[in-house]
Design a binder for this molecule. Structure first.
Ligand code: HEM
Ligand SMILES: *[C@@H]1O[C@H](CO)[C@@H](O)[C@H](O)[C@H]1NC(C)=O
Length: 151
């Protein structure tokens, strides 16, 4: 019995169901308009990520947050996140695009894990996350797992 329960848990984590996909898409729809807030949460959680951006390195986060440049970068990053969410479950092309652009930038596993947890904290603060937490977990495992396998 224990074995069967374990096997089922494993199967559920490794493949996304149609239900999980629609849950994640509906959840992301609630926050995708706040790209500045999402990028702010990421930079706040791990200043070493901000430091990789030549135009933002060494600057005070609260003073750059309102700039057009910040909004433009936030829009790109959250726009790509929207693409990933929209492409579920087949995100292999997005994973390849991300690895090709970010491996040369030296984005580390620590930074990516911090990005992930900052995003999850943001979602907890801005949505009713209880109903979508496990679907997001499976989605983020799928994306970051595939990325980590390649960089
Ligand atoms: C956590 C570590 C990360 C670091 C250190 C990092 C760093 C960078 C840097 C330095 C740029 C170039 C900005 C410029 O044009 O001046 C960039 C661009 C970009 N990043 Fe990231 N990034 C990270 C994570 C992510 C994640 C998780 C996503 C989305 C899933 C993402 C999406 C993008 C996009 C769409 C662009 C613009 C297109 C491009 O130039 O590739 N980044 N990133
Ligand atoms: C998944 O997406 C990739 C890249 O966009 C594509 O080449 C591949 O055929 C797709 N696979 C499936 C099973 O749809």
């Amino acid at each position: 019995m224990k074995f069967i329960v374990l096997a089922l848990c494993f199967a559920a984590a490794s493949a996304l169901t149609a239900d999980q996909i629609s849950t994640v898409q509906a959840s992301f729809d609630q926050v995708k308009g706040d790209s500045v807030g999402i990028l702010y949460a990421v930079f706040k959680a791990d200043p070493s990520i901000q430091a990789k951006f030549s135009q933002f390195a060494g600057k005070d986060l609260d003073s750059i947050k309102g700039s057009a440049e910040f909004a433009s970068h936030a829009g790109k990053i959250v726009g790509f996140f929207s693409k990933i969410v929209g492409d579920l479950p087949n995100i292999s092309g997005d994973v390849d695009t991300f690895v090709a652009s970010h491996k040369p930038r030296g984005a580390t596993h620590d930074q990516l894990n911090n990005f992930r947890s900052a995003f999850v904290s943001y979602m907890k603060a801005h949505t009713d996350f209880a109903g979508s937490e496990s679907a997001w977990g499976a989605t983020l495992d799928a994306f970051f797992g595939a990325v980590f396998a390649k960089m």
